[in-house]
Design a binder for this molecule. Sequence first.
Ligand code: ADP
Length: 163
Amino acid sequence: MRIAIYPGTFDPVTNGHIHIAERASKLFDKVIIAVAKDNYKKNLFSLEERIHMVEQSIRHLPNVEVDSFSGLTAEYAVFKNAQALIRGLRAVSDFEYEMQIAAMNKRLNETLETVFLMTSGEYSFLSSSMIKQVAFLGGSVKGLVPPVVEIGLKEKYCVAAKV
Ligand code: ADP
């Protein structure tokens, strides 16, 4: 069975992420979207919220599941019997950073391959941080994120505005 891990922070998941998951699901028997528990970034959504939003957004993909992990992705992949890591590539600016991660993961686990999928044009300028900025300023993110995320962002920022 060919298993791939699609790791990330997903704070929050966007349609760009989902599009990558959809395409990966055609290449692998099973794709696990692995939501990072904690990292150096300060997250807007809790781990539970991020997992819930991914879960709601992949219901149309029977061979894609969501899980959480902490620690090294390369070790988590072994634990899950995965042969590949999926990463999405947007602009050239992603490339250097992604190459560094891929090289380090190869060092940590020689048998693990990183598979890069190029984003489609419509999502090439889409990032979780851009979505948060626009939503924070009251702009519409419709069509860029799954409906559950749109609701989640409204709740976060309306509550924040009232404090
Ligand atoms: P990280 O915290 O590892 O940077 P993210 O949650 O921001 O992770 O993203 C996870 C993966 O999805 C990364 O490989 C990132 O390049 C990719 N990605 C993010 N946004 C998009 C998009 N709009 N189109 C394609 N890939 C994307």
